[in-house]
Design a protein around this ligand. Structure first.
Ligand code: ADP
Ligand code: MG
Length: 261
């Protein structure tokens, strides 16, 4: 045990080497038992400090990202969704599209896993060292509109412009207010070739004119979004309903059951 006045502990505190400080005795024991050289011991201490700092950074970034729920790639059943190319999702999870400032669009009907994959890719991006922010399209536009109204649009554009990856979920589920197209256009222009966007939508790109209520601005938005983009169209049935159907089948006797469709 160390007393509060142990000068070594004080120096480690001052240098913010808190992992080394907190585990000092056990780390020194470990180094002695393994008969590590001075250099190897120092390397061991640094490894533990870096591991702790990485852990903290990830924990902090996960909180700042505001994911609506916890989902990861390991929890995604690729066999249930044959329209998805697993290798392509793995490639996206590597974060290379973020380094290249590219856009990802997940398109498809409700319940097919768009938001699940968006969160999973966002989490992988944080682990890889990128900053991420998740927001629903509805909330994004509402925040931009309110800021615009208060004369603080620039501030909000900076906020949504900052993260390396901005995930915009559920574009097209609800109609936008009249000003939305212009506000969204400003955001997309702001991020264009500076940061990545990942957008999920239940509407085909051809319907976005209707979503934004302005074909000209929607075309300008799409022009930027599709320039460097990966468009992933997911087909098939809702995973949730599928699970329900399955559990429903289990409670009936096989003879009376007919698969629908
Ligand atoms: P979407 O955003 O396309 O409407 P979600 O991603 O919200 O759909 O998926 C609905 C629910 O079903 C979520 O709880 C999600 O985790 C789950 N889900 C969807 N597809 C799969 C899948 N292939 N494997 C595991 N869970 C899935
Ligand atoms: Mg969704």
């Amino acid at each position: 045990m160390h007393t509060a006045t142990d000068p070594l502990i004080e120096m480690l505190t001052r240098l913010k080497l808190t992992a080394i400080r907190d585990q000092l005795d056990s780390l020194l024991d470990e180094a002695a038992r393994a008969q590590l050289s001075m250099r190897e011991s120092l390397s061991l201490l640094c490894q533990r400090e870096i591991a702790r700092k990485d852990e903290r950074r990830i924990e902090m970034s996960m909180g700042l990202a505001r994911f609506p729920f916890a989902r990861d790639l390991a929890g995604f059943d690729f066999s249930a969704q044959p329209s998805i190319d697993k290798a392509q999702i793995r490639e996206l999870a590597s974060g290379r599209f973020i380094a290249n400032g590219q856009t990802v669009l997940f398109l498809g009907p409700p319940g097919v896993g768009k938001s699940h994959l968006a969160v999973a890719i966002g989490r992988e991006a944080i682990t890889a060292g990128y900053t991420v922010l998740f927001v629903s399209a509805q909330s994004l536009v509402a925040q931009l509109a309110a800021a615009h109204h208060d004369g603080r649009l620039e501030e909000r554009l900076v906020h949504f412009g900052k993260p390396k990856l901005l995930i915009i979920d559920e574009l097209g589920y609800l109609p936008f207010e009249p000003n939305a197209a212009h506000l969204f256009f400003q955001l997309v222009s702001r991020r264009y070739e500076r940061g990545s966007l990942l957008i999920t939508s239940n509407r085909a790109v051809s319907e976005w004119g209707g979503v934004f209520g302005d074909v000209v601005v929607a075309t300008a938005i799409l022009d930027r979004l599709l320039h460097h983009s990966h468009v992933i169209t997911i087909r098939g049935d809702s995973y949730r309903l599928r699970e329900k159907r399955r559990s429903g089948l289990l409670t009936k006797t096989a003879a009376t059951v007919k698969e629908p469709g």
